[in-house]
Design a protein around this ligand. Sequence first.
Ligand SMILES: Nc1ncnc2c1ncn2[C@@H]1O[C@H](COP(=O)(O)OP(=O)(O)OP(=O)(O)O)[C@@H](O)[C@H]1O
Ligand SMILES: [Mg+2]
Length: 304
Amino acid sequence: MPETVIDVSNLVKSYSDLRAVDGISFSIKRGEVFSLLGPNGAGKTTTVEILEGVRNRTSGDVRVLNEDPEKSRTLTFKLGILPQDFSFIYNSTPKEALTFYKHTLRASGDIQEILEMVELGDKATTPFQKLSGGQKQKLGLALSLVNDPEVLFLDEPTSGLDPRARRNIWNVIKTLKERGKSILLTTHYLEEAELLADRVAIMNKGKIIDSGTPMEIVERHHEDDNLIIRGDGQVERDLAAGGFQFQRDGSYIKLRLKNIRDATSIINYLSEHKTKFEDFTLKRESLEDVFIRMVGEIEEDETE
Ligand SMILES: Nc1ncnc2c1ncn2[C@@H]1O[C@H](COP(=O)(O)OP(=O)(O)OP(=O)(O)O)[C@@H](O)[C@H]1O
Ligand SMILES: [Mg+2]
């Protein structure tokens, strides 16, 4: 059984009369990538900062590497932290930033090696403000790695980045996972969580409304699967003649499937009738599709 590295039980954080975190519980095993998902203001950053020891909690139990982050004086040395909207001192270079962190954290990491790992090797002496958005995030990630931490907190590491820069950071996170690091990742990109996270928890208004592997969550909440066929009016006529219900959407024809196996009979039917179509795909809802419905539904319920 892998060891538990983070354990959260009935965690509450109140700001005056707002319960930003409202009694959440979860745990993370060593080597796991665990993702907290939720809309703006759900309480993700508050939770992460309590685990980092940056904020105090109102009530509940929190253990990170078997220590209470509020009380421990040594935990910081074992953690890697990339804060949301990371920024750094004007004019300082990645090399200087890493040197500063290395000394502060009494670490022995090789600065150039870390810069290479996040693909900033050629930007070692570029002033912070001259780095692109993606490069700034990569510097934040590099700083979180300086002490070769066991546990990493990455709060929206790819926010606002272009798809290529985002993929670069995903590759770094995958490498860290391969090296056995435990990672708590918050993100607004559901695709990112689906790709990187072993387990996710969906937070809304301070509460965890569901958790599990991305696949388990999709299984629990998805609506019907769809068969999407690209084809012309003849395809529609033949489908109608066969009694199939469908919707036209641009060059696509969409059929909702009660059972994913029904796709076979529809395609067989079209083949038997020698109906010509361009191609077809089978689409199950993604984590993003079910996430939007789950978070939306809760808000609607509350307005009743
Ligand atoms: N220091 C603070 N004082 C008062 N309210 C706060 C404070 N920090 C956060 N909040 C409130 O707590 C709630 C949760 O904020 P938090 O930053 O944890 O959300 P989040 O899930 O990280 O959101 P985002 O996706 O926008 O980063 C929000 O309503 C926010 O306004
Ligand atoms: Mg946040």
